[in-house]
Ligand binder design. Structure first.
Ligand code: CMC
Length: 428
């Protein structure tokens, strides 16, 4: 695989070290530094700014050009032509399904949407005001207790059924966490509805009124699921891989991914966007500018949530599609004049014109728009990251599956130790 070499000269080492250089199908070449350990050297890359932790054939991102491909297909085309269930098949199995394969996966997902009745009891252990992400972490990890018979990760059948169970049950558990929070009875899933419609039904239906699907909302929900489905080795996916590298079961691994997603620098950003819009409050020009100035001030921790991305130094391609969906939903609801949305639009405009943001290539990211859409559809802020987790489950499980079926080692980074050298315990 290596047709080139890098040579590293280190002060104090007798000879230069030769390191193989590999090329992928797309993207930067990588220098294989594994041989450095034998020379008594480690690489140092906190935050993984230039480290490839694995080989993967699932997703490719070119941050400078704003490109996102899943199994080679551009996200813009998938968002327009495909749907979330088809994308699940594509991410997990590597190719788009034919009609029979599509019908099969749709049926299999539908057949697993219900959770074991005992799961209902888990919820009662939480306070009603528990953050739904904490419920999700706990309940998804707890699923492992229900499937002992299918937990052999060396068996293809067990891996596949676990993947299907996770994709199928996440919307159910997510909607249950919401219903529990607001004190309404849980809704059983409806398998005559599609993935997005069923999720909205479980969230918003109640026994007292007939529930009607709004097709604009269902389409927007499906888009949100698709656009968050995978994003190569992001923090939560890397967490899932790291947990999976120990041989932990897939439910535990996905629960670890949910925990990593929760942070405001990652999946928590869509919730943070709405909290920021609340904090800004007044939609006057001076007030909005005051917050933009705060975001630019090095001594102020305030950042514009929903702007910037570690990988994209260009418009996030998902944000472009999300912006279109956002406009559709707002038009459907006649909400174009909502004060919070006006603040959001003005922030977007300022950030796209302001030198500070242009110089640092800080564009609105996917979560800037998804937060606005979800709010407009009546989804409470604390459910935003939960919805991200529902979507990202397919990405997490596809990466877990790719790792388990390939060559992998337990993930075990090393460190630059800066603590005390050895010292003696003081005599008493
Ligand atoms: N507002 C103001 N300044 C910012 C922002 C922001 N949102 N993001 C980055 N900067 C500045 C930062 O201060 C730094 O300035 P300087 O070079 O003068 O020191 C420069 O831009 C580079 O930032 P960085 O912190 O080195 O960038 P990073 O790659 O480490 O961080 C990020 C990426 C997403 C954590 C960050 O942009 C951020 O905190 N954004 C807000 C939170 C957010 O929206 N996160 C969602 C990401 S998309 C969803 C996902 O994929 O999980």
């Amino acid at each position: 695989m290596a047709d080139r070499k890098a040579t590293l000269t280190v002060d104090g080492l007798d000879n230069p070290v030769e390191l193989p250089v590999y090329s992928g199908t797309l993207g930067p070449d990588v220098v294989d530094v594994r041989g450095l350990g034998a020379e008594g050297l480690f690489t140092y890359d906190p935050g993984f700014m230039a480290t490839s932790s694995c080989q993967s054939a699932i997703t490719y991102i070119d941050g400078a050009k704003g490109v996102l491909l899943h199994r080679g297909y551009p996200i813009e085309q998938l968002a327009k032509e495909s749907n979330f269930v088809e994308m699940c098949y594509l991410l997990l199995f590597g190719e788009l399904p034919d009609d029979a394969q599509y019908a099969d996966i749709e049926k299999r997902i539908s057949n697993h949407t219900m959770v074991h009745d005992q799961i209902n009891n888990f919820f009662k252990g939480f306070r009603r005001d528990a953050h739904p992400m904490s419920i999700l972490c706990g309940v998804v990890g707890g699923l492992a207790a229900f499937y002992h018979d299918h937990m052999d990760i060396t068996k293809a059948e067990d891996r596949e059924i676990s993947a299907i169970r996770l994709i199928a049950k996440m919307p159910t558990i997510a909607a249950m966490s919401y219903k529990y929070n607001i004190g309404q009875p849980f809704n059983y899933p409806r398998n005559d509805l599609n993935y997005a419609e069923n999720f909205l039904y479980m969230m918003f239906s109640n026994p007292c009124e007939e529930y009607k699907t709004n097709p604009v909302f269902a389409k927007a929900m499906d888009r949100i699921f698709m656009l968050h489905a995978d994003h190569e080795q992001n923090a939560s996916t890397s967490t899932v891989r790291l947990a999976g590298s120990t041989g932990a079961n897939p439910f535990a691994c996905i629960s670890a991914g949910i925990a990593a997603l929760w942070g405001p620098a990652h999946g928590g950003a869509n919730e943070a966007v709405l909290n920021m819009l609340d904090e800004i409050g007044d939609d006057s020009e001076e007030n909005i500018q005051r917050f933009v100035d705060k975001a630019k001030d090095k001594d102020d921790p305030f950042r514009l949530m929903g702007f910037g991305h570690r990988v994209y130094r260009n418009f996030d391609p998902r944000a472009k599609v999300m912006k279109e969906t956002c406009d559709e939903v707002l038009a459907e609801l006649g909400m174009a004049d909502d004060p919070q949305l006006k603040i959001a639009k003005r922030l977007e405009q300022i950030a796209l014109e302001d030198e500070y943001f242009i110089e640092r290539k800080l564009y609105p990211n996917v979560d800037f728009y998804s937060g606005i859409i979800l709010k407009a559809m009546g989804i409470p802020t604390n459910m935003f990251t939960v919805i991200f987790a529902v979507s990202r489950t397919i990405g997490w499980i596809s990466h877990w599956h790719e790792m388990i079926t390939g060559d992998y080692k337990i993930g075990r980074p090393r460190q630059l130790y800066i603590g005390h050298p050895q010292r003696d315990y003081p005599a008493k």
